[in-house]
Ligand binder design. Structure first.
Ligand SMILES: [Zn+2]
Length: 406
């Protein structure tokens, strides 16, 4: 850690019970209930956005015959990063990427120009080998889930499609509070496909970058062997940069898998494929989030949003009603029923980075008598006293902030 006052995501993950690691499964993550709550929120958010952007969700097999990767050309470059095994005299692999199998879905029927752009999204569980010495925490894993997306389109649709994806990525990073920078990687020395199509794709990507108004630079020869790419780096609280999102054009898979559509003249025509990922992998993204926010995640992502803390035993009954009301309103709440003094309960909820605490004693109960609702005293994890509030008003405010993803 460059800044010793900041905690590593592994320490945060352990203290907040987000995830665990066991030597029996090196380089992989055991997600604990609170970690799964974070994942489910991000999944839901991306899933809703996928739908709004015209993506249809699919799921492709994890274990697949290796020859699909021979056909796609990945085996040549990736074999040593893949888990390969023999089953009944045939070679199988755990997929290191989703693209070739998504190409099979495209190819499963004849497509017309009217079907394009055709967009598929997938939360794909991938495996990529790493040396055991370099795996660690959420940032270097051998098994991860990618928020993947593939678009099949005509050459003249490339610029507009990439533009829409760039705007989406830009909004997403602004929402998450990460400053981001975009990089266009152009044709590398070892590249597949002819110059004309490379030029067309590079121009489309560059135009999209310009139109989107994002901050970008060109990295010469940093494209992938199959096409130019845009990487989006974020800067975290420690000034480290991480590549999170990516948009890539691909001419190789369409060629290898003969991906075509019937054009306006009734003739078969080759298409372009676009790979895109908004968050990259859930593992790495959550690791970065935990460090960036030092565990104090935004309200909508917090595994527990409100802690209900009775001041004494006498307030337990009334506190339980408040807790149940919060649950009923779909607020993620915790109820501290221990007999610890209130100061210790507040300290515990603060250490657990729970955004809000409802502190309840006889005063709050007395307020609610004869009125139409419950009263609670609200405190934030930053130690700010928000005073006594009507529970219904407090819940209304919470819901608005969750909706706005504040
Ligand atoms: Zn892909």
């Amino acid at each position: 850690m460059d800044n010793p006052s900041l905690k590593d995501h592994r320490q945060i993950g352990q203290e907040l019970e987000i995830f665990m690691i066991d030597e029996l499964a090196p380089g992989t993550i055991f997600w604990l209930p609170k970690g799964m709550t974070i994942i489910k929120q991000i999944e839901k958010f991306i899933r809703d956005q996928n739908e709004a952007h015209g993506f249809q969700e699919v799921q492709t097999p994890i274990l697949v015959k290796s020859n699909i990767f021979q056909k796609s050309g990945h085996f040549k470059y990736y074999e040593h990063h893949m888990y390969n095994m023999d089953i009944e005299h045939e070679r199988y692999s755990l997929k290191p990427m989703n693209c070739p199998e998504t190409a099979l879905i495209y190819k499963s029927k004849t497509r017309s120009y009217r079907d394009l752009p055709l967009r598929y999204s997938e939360y794909g569980r991938l495996h990529r080998r790493e040396l055991s010495g370099v795996v660690g925490g959420l940032l270097r894993v051998i098994e991860f889930t990618q928020d993947d997306g593939h678009v099949f389109l005509k050459n003249d649709q490339l610029e507009n499609e990439v533009l829409n994806i760039l705007k989406w990525i830009n909004q997403f990073h602004a929402l998450m509070g990460f400053p981001s920078k975009f990089y266009l990687g152009t044709k590398p020395d070892k590249a597949l496909g002819d110059n004309k199509i490379w030029q067309m794709a590079e121009t489309s990507l560059k135009n999209a970058l310009k139109k989107s108004g994002v901050n970008f630079e060109i990295r010469e020869k940093d494209g992938v062997f199959y096409g130019p790419k845009i990487d989006v780096d974020i800067t975290d609280v420690q000034n480290r940069t991480w590549t999170v999102s990516t948009v890539q054009a691909d001419f190789n898979i369409p060629k290898q898998f003969d991906l075509e559509y019937v054009n306006e003249d009734g003739k078969l025509q080759r298409l372009v494929m676009v790979h895109r990922s908004i968050i990259g992998s859930f593992e790495r993204f959550i690791g970065t989030l935990l460090e960036h926010y030092q565990g104090a995640l935004p309200l909508w992502l917090s595994p527990v949003q409100v802690a209900v803390l009775p001041i004494s035993d006498k307030a337990t009954e009334y506190s339980r009603k408040v807790y149940e009301k919060l649950k009923e309103e779909q607020i993620r709440a915790d109820f501290d029923t221990t007999d610890k003094p209130i100061g210790a309960k507040i300290r515990e909820a603060t250490l657990q980075k729970i955004p809000f605490m409802c502190i309840i004693g006889s005063k709050e109960e007395a307020e609610s008598v004869g009125s139409s609702g419950y009263f609670v005293s609200v405190r934030t994890r930053e130690g700010q006293d928000l005073g006594q509030k009507k529970l219904s008003d407090f819940v209304k405010g919470l819901k608005e902030d969750i909706e706005k993803k504040k």
